[in-house]
Write a protein that binds this ligand. Structure first.
Ligand SMILES: [Mg+2]
Length: 329
């Protein structure tokens, strides 16, 4: 079947049928009316974030498994809710679809989107579709909820706080580099790029225990994303390369090419949580969340010190990064 035969409303009905009911999701009315009707748990505030993904800029359809791409669209949005300490609840999906995309591709994309949404406890409650004269464009909005006194922002870091990151860094960027240069890689490494995980349970646990003074998810590389915390909190930081959490795949690649360390500093799309912790709360981390390791990578300093990186030889250098700028030629 072709999308043209199904038509816009047929397509929306098809999506509506595929959306699973989720108990306790607060959805009074989902897809199918002019608006969704949604409830928020008592005492909680709404978190909202939106992301635009465009073919050739954010993904390449010849490298992407459609199901994995659908899942990734959810995970990268949900990651922003995790970074504020919240739980994802609702998703909205906008699709501008090129004529070249088949119904099978769309069904696989939607299956990945919906199964990943369910994994994170979120329900698709609305969206829009139209024909694209150019590339596939995907717009995803996520809504989450968090108890009002547990919201974690970027602005609370203070000098002396420890800087922590979850998981390992640079794997997604290394996988992308392997894809770009057409080199083979372990499936585990490829999955870091194609099937990233949002750290929702960790973000919730940290927020509930009120441990982080500031938090962000690593979408543009640690240096750039830590830079956002430093700006918002008006502080500086000293990072130590020797403490960097790296996967065994990454270490192996690094042994062959030491310049790859740059990917663990500035590579994007790890979707790990980067957060600062006052020293009197560091001991709480030990028994918090055994499933995802967290690693201390540095210390918050006074703003005048800027962002410094101590390399493995003990040499210190300024490490201020700009991150990826879509508007730069
Ligand atoms: Mg973010």
């Amino acid at each position: 079947m072709k999308l043209a035969d199904l038509g816009e409303f047929g397509f929306i009905e098809r999506i509506q049928r595929a959306v699973a009911k989720l108990e306790g999701s607060g959805v009074r009315l989902g897809i199918g009316d002019d608006c969704a009707v949604l409830e928020l748990p008592a005492g909680q505030v709404l978190l909202t974030s939106t992301d635009l993904l465009i073919e050739e800029i954010h993904f390449r359809s010849d490298w992407s498994d459609w199901r994995a791409l659908g899942g990734k669209c959810v995970a990268v949005n949900v990651s922003d809710v995790a970074a504020m300490g919240g739980s994802p609840r609702h998703l909205y999906l906008g699709l501008a679809i090129p004529a070249t995309m088949t119904m099978d591709d769309l069904d696989a994309f939607l299956a990945g989107f919906l199964e990943t949404a369910a994994d994170y406890g979120a329900v698709l409650v609305g969206g829009d579709t139209c024909r694209s004269p150019g590339p596939l464009m995907i717009s995803v909005t996520v809504e989450g909820a968090v108890p009002a006194d547990q919201v974690v922002t970027r602005s609370g870091a203070r000098p002396g706080d420890a800087i922590y990151v979850s998981g390992t860094l640079g794997d997604s960027a290394l996988a992308l580099q392997r894809l770009q240069s057409n080199r083979p890689m372990a499936e585990e490494l490829a999955d870091c790029h194609h099937r990233p995980k949002a750290r929702v349970a960790l973000g919730r646990a940290l927020a509930e225990a009120q441990i982080p003074s500031a938090m962000i998810d690593v979408s543009d590389g640690v240096l750039a994303d830590l830079g956002h915390i430093l700006d918002a909190s008006a502080v500086g930081a000293r990072l130590e390369q020797a403490l960097w959490p790296l996967s065994s795949e990454f270490r192996q690649a690094l042994a062959e090419e030491s310049a790859l360390f740059e990917l663990a500093l500035s590579g994007g799309e790890d979707y790990e949580l980067l957060f600062t912790v006052p020293s009197d709360k560091e001991h709480l981390l030990a028994d918090l969340f055994a499933d995802v390791p967290v690693t201390r990578i540095g210390t918050v300093t006074e703003a005048e010190q800027g962002l410094l990186l101590v390399d493995e030889a003990g040499e210190m250098r300024s490490a201020r990064a700009k991150g990826f700028n879509h508007f730069q030629g």
